[in-house]
Design a protein around this ligand. Structure first.
Ligand SMILES: Cc1cc2nc3c(=O)[nH]c(=O)nc-3n(C[C@H](O)[C@H](O)[C@H](O)COP(=O)(O)OP(=O)(O)OC[C@H]3O[C@@H](n4cnc5c(N)ncnc54)[C@H](O)[C@@H]3O)c2cc1C
Ligand code: FES
Length: 358
């Protein structure tokens, strides 16, 4: 069906008009409906709704896991409706819920492991991500680095120079604090019935967390085909979980871990160069391979093209790009509170910690 000029949206017992020029999200906002959203670009899944009736355009489900698509979830921020639609709130997966911070521990000089206990169990697949929201509404996405059978969620948060949320998490967030999380999101995981075939994993910095989660999932499923993990950093001190990865390689002959350093001071156990360049040069023929790419958006999209040109099928390339939006604060009617928090005037701030020492 082609695009209509005007469709009707039903939501929470009310009817709204949606014109062809606007997305479902814009139509709801224009008419004063209380909905969560942030990037307005389909990146963070923070606006997810469910369609109880009506046709969902394909692009409005891009990046959602297949079970979500089957249940009618879609992203209204990228949905130009092609029929009348009856909409419903997202339910538990799309809603924000409380989680308690259990611990925050350094993994190296700029990355820490944040452990969270969600109030309600969150069922995820290894490699998916959640949205992490501070009390004033500031929200960012972080990959889930633990295996799904653990009730404690593990994030690897890297300090971004000048970064609002990452610095707050590393310096100020304390065990016992309550934050909000939404998810799990994204299709960065091994499909349920995935057959055993070689996998190339590439990611810099804290991207190792999601990649290692998928590696463990593959090993846990008994995969015996080659698993190759290229982890990148600009200097040797940026590596982390090195002995855990080396032990894993020692215990599993099909798994190989290759740390890569792009700077000039390269430890002798590392390859010199960018992880994606080294990995893709080492594997010029990726026919029959799966490829997992995680990290900065430019690197991920560039490597996707190269993996495709090397023969990997698009269905076998899994992406977790750290897309970045210019206007970082999410919008929600209920979040108009506590601007003082961001001005440093009020709110649950603690003195900066010395977690990383001097
Ligand atoms: C799906 C997904 C999964 C993610 N998983 C992780 C994870 O597991 N661990 C992790 O540490 N981070 C992860 N990120 C990135 C994370 O969401 C934040 O973007 C990051 O922590 C920086 O937030 P901030 O508030 O500290 O920085 P901001 O205050 O948003 O930005 C500070 C400065 O850095 C720049 N900047 C911020 N982010 C980027 C970027 N991605 N690319 C280029 N410039 C940028 C800004 O322009 C600004 O100048 C993920 C992002 C996505 C979309
Ligand atoms: S995914 Fe819709 S607002 Fe970000």
């Amino acid at each position: 069906m082609g695009r209509l000029t005007l469709v009707q949206l039903a939501y929470n017992g009310s009817q709204f008009e949606n014109n062809a020029a606007e997305t479902v999200l814009d139509a709801l906002i224009r008419q004063g409906v209380d909905v969560s959203y942030s990037c307005k670009n389909g990146f963070f899944h923070s606006c997810m709704l469910r369609a109880e009736d009506g046709e969902i355009p394909q692009n409005a489900q891009q990046g959602l896991r297949s079970s979500h698509c089957d249940e009618g979830f879609f992203l209204p921020c990228v949905c130009h409706p092609i029929s009348d639609m009856a909409l419903a709130p997202p339910g538990l997966n799309g809603e924000f819920r409380t989680a308690e911070v259990v611990s925050i521990n350094p993994l190296n000089s700029s990355i820490c492991r944040v452990s969270l206990r969600p109030e309600i169990e969150l069922r995820h697949r290894a490699g998916q991500f959640i949205n992490f929201r501070r009390a004033d509404g500031l929200m960012r996405s972080y990959s889930l680095c633990n295996q799904p059978d653990n009730e404690i969620l593990e994030l690897h948060v890297k300090r971004m120079p000048g970064g609002e949320l990452s610095n707050w998490i590393i310096d100020e967030l304390q065990p016992g604090a309550k934050i909000s999380i939404q998810g799990p999101n994204g299709g960065f995981y091994l499909p349920e019935n995935a057959i055993d075939k070689p996998i190339l994993f590439i990611g810099p910095g804290s991207g190792l967390g999601a990649l290692a989660a998928v590696v463990l999932d593959a090993l846990g499923r008994g995969f015996t085909a080659p698993l190759r993990l290229y982890h990148g950093t600009s200097a040797g001190k940026g590596l982390y979980l090195r002995s855990a990865m080396a032990n894993l390689a020692e215990a599993n002959s099909n798994f190989r871990y290759v740390p890569c350093v792009s700077g000039i001071d390269v430890p002798k156990f590392c390859r010199q160069g960018r992880a994606n360049d080294i990995a893709l040069d080492n594997y010029p023929d990726l026919r029959g391979w799966r490829v997992f790419l995680c990290g900065t958006a430019g690197m991920v999209h560039d490597s996707k093209k190269r993996a495709y040109l090397a023969g990997a099928s698009l269905d076998d390339i899994f992406l977790d790009p750290y897309e970045h939006r210019e206007a970082p604060a999410p919008q929600h009617n209920e979040l108009s509170m506590s601007r003082g928090l961001r001005d440093g005037k009020a709110g649950p701030f603690h003195k900066p910690s010395d977690r990383f020492g001097p």
